[in-house]
Every structure is written in structure tokens, then in C-alpha cells.
Ligand binder design. Structure first.
Ligand SMILES: Nc1ncnc2c1ncn2[C@@H]1O[C@H](COP(=O)(O)OP(=O)(O)OP(=O)(O)O)[C@@H](O)[C@H]1O
Ligand SMILES: [Mg+2]
Length: 289
């Protein structure tokens, strides 16, 4: 990666408002070819909003969006896709009952025959889907098996392989490892690294500092719609990142607050108990009528 080459994509001072909600405010970020840029931040920090702008789902309220150094104005995700910006969302746009091969070519089906004889070329689709997945090290026994029978990690991998096959230059992954176990997350992380080594610029969103540190070259941290800066691996140790992302400071604060509440609670309980005891004692003292 040459640091001074034109970024594949760049946002400058991007803001996004939803009515009175400020989802993003003055955010800048670049993605170079052959790097993994991790986008980190708490719930509601604005990560998904930022990538939806990159993917052509939202238009920024303010600021500039440049693709290969030129201002871009996307009106739909199709516009972004045409420029090689592919997004894999957590809730994948796949159809569980349709085959792996069918899903792989969804929206760009290969056909054979002409006119009324034109039909989906299942054999070609099966072979290509299997070959492309094999290139990424995914061994699919039967490409005509329904996608619904794949594990979450395999499904994410199919989506990544498909984006790469259709010529993605930028691959945006919104929390691809969130719902996965250790082994499956590892599989997906391997494909992320593989996409990078093919020269693709990857934007990888995750809540997991270990996943981020495993593949990330640079880290942009968002907090309540603002950027806390972009850091290289050299500038941000794993421990610092873990501490930052696990919200260790917030957790410390929370636990002392909970302790205070528990003490308060105990006092209230004691008060309540003594009132009850008092009433009980009184009622016992009273002679029965
Ligand atoms: N379409 C919308 N209309 C109104 N507010 C929105 C919309 N989309 C996002 N927001 C608000 O913008 C803020 C940022 O949301 P966003 O989904 O980008 O956060 P996030 O970092 O992706 O969070 P998470 O980690 O939970 O996915 C939130 O306060 C959210 O409620
Ligand atoms: Mg999100």
C-alpha cells in the first residue's frame, strides 16, 4: 500500500441529519486499495449511517464524497455498485430457499439459448459458484443446495466471494462476524484478509476489538456521530483498543453506580422491614377481639 496514492474512496467533513437527529457530524475518512479500514464505535455512533452514504443508500446532508479523487453523487445503491463499491449487510440479501449458485448470481443471472429458449444456465452457475468459492478456500460440496442450509459464516463468505467475483474494488462489511462463533468468525476474517491481498479496499465494521485487530490496518473510531480520529496499528495498541472498545471506563462508572443503587436499595429494604416489624409487633401486642 502506498500511503500517498489517491484513495479509492474518501469522505470529507460529512454530516447527516435525520430531522433533528444528528447521525454524523464532520466525519472524514479514506480507504486505500489493499487495506482493511476498521470502523469502530458504540451502538448509535453512526457507523451504519456512514456506510449507507458510501453505498448510495443515503445522501450526505453536508460534506464531500470522492471516488478515485472525483466528487460522487449517488442516487441509489446501483450507482455505487456500478463504481465497484459493494456492501454486505448483516441481514444478507439472500434467499434461503434458493441454491447457493442461484444466490451467487442473483440479479446478474447467466443465461443460455436465445429468445424464448433463453434460460438460466444452471450448469455454468454451479461451476462458477463452486470455482469462485474454492478460490477463497470455501469448499462447497453441492452448489445447488439451498443457501438456508449453510451456516452463518459460510453465508457471509458466499456474499463476500460474490462481491469479489463481480469486480468489487471497495468491499463494505457491516458487522459480518457479530452473530458468529469463534471458528466461523475466523473463516470470515480469513476472506477479509484475502480480499485485501487481491487489492480490494475493505471497510470492516465490528464491535469486537479482537476481530478488528486481527485484520485491521487502520482504525477509525466514531463516537456519537463524530470521529475520534484514525489510527494505524502502530498508533493504537491492542490493549488500548480493547479498553476503548469495551468501554472499560464506562463500565467502571456503571459498576460504582450500581453499587450505590444497591446500597440505597438495601437501606430502603431495611427501612421497609423495620416498619413491617414494628406493625407486626404492634398487632401482636393488641389483644384479640
Ligand atoms: N433513518 C433514520 N431516521 C432517523 N434516525 C436515524 C436513522 N438512521 C439512523 N438514525 C439515528 O442515527 C444515529 C446513528 O445510527 P447508526 O445506525 O448509524 O448507528 P451504528 O453506529 O450503526 O449503531 P449500531 O452499532 O447499533 O449498529 C442513531 O441515533 C440512530 O437512531
Ligand atoms: Mg449499525
Amino acid at each position: 500500500m502506498t500511503v500517498n496514492s489517491t484513495p479509492l474512496i474518501e469522505v470529507r467533513d460529512i454530516s447527516k441529519y435525520f430531522g433533528s437527529v444528528i447521525a454524523l457530524s464532520g466525519v472524514s475518512m479514506t480507504v486505500q486499495a489493499g487495506e482493511v479500514m476498521c470502523l469502530l464505535g458504540d451502538n448509535g455512533a453512526g457507523k451504519s449511517t456512514l456506510i449507507k452514504i458510501l453505498a448510495g443508500v443515503h445522501r450526505p446532508s453536508e460534506g464531500h464524497y470522492l471516488v478515485n479523487g472525483e466528487e460522487a453523487h449517488f442516487n441509489s445503491p446501483r450507482d455505487a455498485l456500478d463504481r465497484g463499491i459493494a456492501t454486505v449487510y448483516q441481514d444478507l440479501a439472500m434467499i434461503p430457499l434458493m441454491s447457493i449458485a442461484r444466490n451467487f448470481f442473483l440479479g446478474s443471472e447467466p443465461t443460455r439459448g436465445r429468445g424464448i429458449f433463453r434460460r438460466f444456465d444452471a450448469r455454468f452457475a454451479d461451476r462458477m459458484a463452486r470455482d469462485e468459492l474454492a478460490k477463497m478456500g470455501i469448499d462447497i460440496r453441492n452448489p445447488s443446495q439451498p443457501v438456508g442450509t449453510l451456516s452463518g459464516g459460510e453465508r457471509q463468505s458466499v456474499a463476500i466471494a460474490r462481491a469479489v467475483y463481480f469486480g468489487a474494488k471497495v468491499l463494505i462489511l457491516d458487522e459480518p462476524t457479530a452473530a458468529l462463533g469463534v471458528k466461523q468468525a475466523g473463516t470470515v476474517l480469513r476472506y477479509v484478509a484475502q480480499a485485501r491481498s487481491q487489492g480490494i479496499g475493505v471497510i470492516f465494521i465490528t464491535h469486537n476489538p479482537h476481530h478488528a485487530y486481527a485484520v485491521g490496518d487502520r482504525f477509525t473510531i466514531l463516537k456519537r456521530g463524530r470521529t475520534m480520529g484514525t489510527f494505524t496499528r502502530a498508533e493504537l495498541s491492542r490493549d488500548e483498543m480493547v479498553r476503548m472498545m469495551s468501554g472499560a471506563d464506562e463500565l467502571d462508572e456503571l459498576s460504582s453506580e450500581l453499587e450505590r443503587l444497591a446500597q440505597q436499595d438495601a437501606r430502603i429494604h431495611e427501612d421497609a422491614l423495620s416498619v413491617i416489624e414494628h406493625q407486626l409487633a404492634e398487632s401482636l401486642e393488641k389483644p384479640e377481639v
